[in-house]
Design a protein around this ligand. Structure first.
Ligand code: HEC
Length: 151
């Protein structure tokens, strides 16, 4: 009966290993459960990022041109009401009005690429420069106005 002490040592080791395994399992299962409802940290940082980008959009999106009475609004009217706010002093990296060096690489993109940038928005510039009422023709004219100033 020399094997009895050995097998009893074996079974107590088995019990110890089993207890450790159960402990690990419980930790793995219960710890994540206890985190539920405490908020997803990645969602929190997405919110923060949104907060940081909101102010520019909020201020600029409020700007609109007076509604047209059927006729397209002139490039100058649109520029003064909308584009000037950013392009006059170069807000958030906007190429400044009349700054040839800043505009040369933009102009080189071509008229239709510039129109697409303004329609879809680019960088800090919101889509349609933040005024959805602007027609394609009005945008084209305002872009031509800016391009002319930089020639
Ligand atoms: C909220 C500020 C803001 C307003 C308002 C705004 N822009 Fe911009 N605009 C920018 C910024 C910033 C850029 C540079 C974008 C970039 O390259 O990241 C830019 C770039 C451009 C470009 C170059 C696009 C390109 O592809 O490089 C054109 C053309 C342009 N704006 C035209 C206009 C016109 C026309 C208006 C008015 C109808 C206008 N913008 C109003 C901020 C503005």
């Amino acid at each position: 009966m020399a094997s009895t002490p050995k097998s009893s040592a074996n079974s107590s080791r088995t019990i110890m290993l089993a207890s450790i395994a159960v402990g690990i399992l419980l930790t793995v299962i219960i710890w994540p459960l206890s985190m539920i409802g405490k908020g997803d940290p990645s969602a929190e940082s997405a919110d923060e990022a949104e907060l940081r980008i909101q102010p520019v959009a909020r201020v600029e999106l409020k700007k609109t041109v007076a509604p047209s009475d059927g006729k397209p609004r002139s490039a100058e009217t649109v520029y003064n009401a909308i584009c000037k706010a950013c392009h006059d002093i170069g807000v958030a990296g906007a190429p400044k009005t009349g700054d040839k060096a800043a505009w040369a690489p933009r102009i080189a993109l071509g008229d239709s690429a510039l129109l697409q940038s303004v329609i879809n928005g680019k960088g800090a510039m919101p889509a349609r420069a933040g005024d959805a009422s602007l027609t394609e023709d009005e945008l084209k004219a305002a872009i031509a106005f800016l391009v002319d100033k930089a020639k």
